[in-house]
Structures are given as structure tokens and as C-alpha cells.
Ligand binder design. Structure first.
Ligand SMILES: CC(C)(COP(=O)(O)OP(=O)(O)OC[C@H]1O[C@@H](n2cnc3c(N)ncnc32)[C@H](O)[C@@H]1OP(=O)(O)O)[C@@H](O)C(=O)NCCC(=O)NCCS
Length: 144
């Protein structure tokens, strides 16, 4: 498996399977805007020339935010999410970030476990953060 910087060409290749094979919370148009944003970096995991996961951060001064991390449904539980997150943490080190912060649905156990595995600490809860119904944990990693 390779970890590469995501390009518009990669996004075009994923366009028709974004919702069905990954997840439905980031649309093609939003991801396209993300790729055009100079403060944002997206990476992909590629296996046999096929994108099996992607993730991105945005930065502001010395603070980074994890915008998204998603692995193709049929490829989960094989370490791809870990590789993506590890690469983004390495990128934060290279960019001299002092923290990496994210929000995660309080019921998203796989993602919460992934973040804990990489040393993210739960700093609190944003009530009704998703669709004005479900709560989110705010998790941050400081110790790069
Ligand atoms: C969260 C996600 C990216 C993890 O990717 P993955 O490739 O399956 O993760 P990995 O195989 O690298 O597993 C890493 C850790 O996550 C946790 N984890 C993964 N799948 C899990 C599951 N089904 N149940 C509980 N914990 C799980 C484990 O702690 C695991 O570490 P371990 O293998 O040492 O036990 C993936 O489940 C996904 O794409 N989910 C949908 C999108 C999403 O919710 N993204 C997060 C938005 S905040």
C-alpha cells in the first residue's frame, strides 16, 4: 500500500463511488473545495492502483484540524486508517504544528478507538453537534 498526496485526478476517479463505497458525509464538491484550499492537505491510501482510503487536515498558525478520515468499507480493519492517521501526524510534525484536533460522533467506536490508539485525548463534548441531534467528542493530540 502507498500513501500519496491526493490530487483532483484521484477525486475524479472516486467520484461515483464516494457515497456507496466510503461514507456519505463528505460530497465531491466539498472535497474539491478542500483540495483547492491552500491551508488543507489531503492524502490517499492506494492499493493495486485503487484508492482505499483518504484523510485530510487543515492548518491555522500552529494548530491543525483533522477534517476527515475514511477507509473504503470493504477494506476496514486492516490497518489502513492507522497508516493514514500516522502519515498525517508525521505531516503535522514536519509543519511544526503544536496540536491536532478533531470532532467525532460519541457513538463512533471504531474512530474513537483509532484516535485513542494514536494518543488523542478527549477534551470535552459538543452537544447536538451532528444534525442538531448527536453529540461529538472533541479530541486533541499534543505530544508529537
Ligand atoms: C475509523 C476508520 C477510518 C478506521 O479505519 P480502519 O482502517 O478500519 O482502522 P484500522 O484497521 O487501522 O484500526 C485502527 C484501530 O481502530 C480501532 N478499530 C478499527 N475498527 C474497529 C471496530 N470495528 N470496532 C472497534 N474498534 C475498531 C481499533 O482500535 C484499531 O486498532 P487495533 O487494530 O490495534 O485494535 C474506519 O472505520 C472508517 O472509515 N469509518 C467511517 C468513517 C469515519 O467514521 N471516520 C471518522 C470520522 S470522525
Amino acid at each position: 500500500m502507498e500513501i500519496l498526496t491526493m490530487t483532483l485526478i484521484d477525486l475524479e476517479q472516486m467520484k461515483d463511488i464516494l457515497y456507496s463505497d466510503f461514507d456519505n458525509f463528505w460530497s465531491y464538491n466539498v472535497l474539491k473545495q478542500e483540495l483547492e484550499n491552500p491551508n488543507t492537505t489531503y492524502i490517499i491510501a492506494k492499493e493495486n492502483n485503487e484508492v482505499v482510503g483518504f484523510a485530510g487536515i487543515s492548518t491555522c498558525l500552529d494548530e491543525a484540524t483533522l477534517n476527515n478520515i475514511v477507509v473504503k468499507k470493504s477494506c476496514r480493519g486492516r490497518g489502513i486508517g492507522s497508516e493514514l492517521l500516522e502519515s498525517l501526524i508525521d505531516l503535522c510534525v514536519d509543519l511544526h504544528m503544536k496540536s491536532l484536533t478533531l470532532e467525532v460522533d460519541t457513538e463512533n467506536e471504531p474512530a474513537i478507538n483509532l484516535y485513542k490508539k494514536f494518543g488523542f485525548k478527549n477534551l470535552g463534548t459538543r452537544k447536538k453537534y451532528y444534525n442538531n441531534t448527536r453529540d461529538a467528542f472533541i479530541m486533541t493530540k499534543y505530544d508529537f
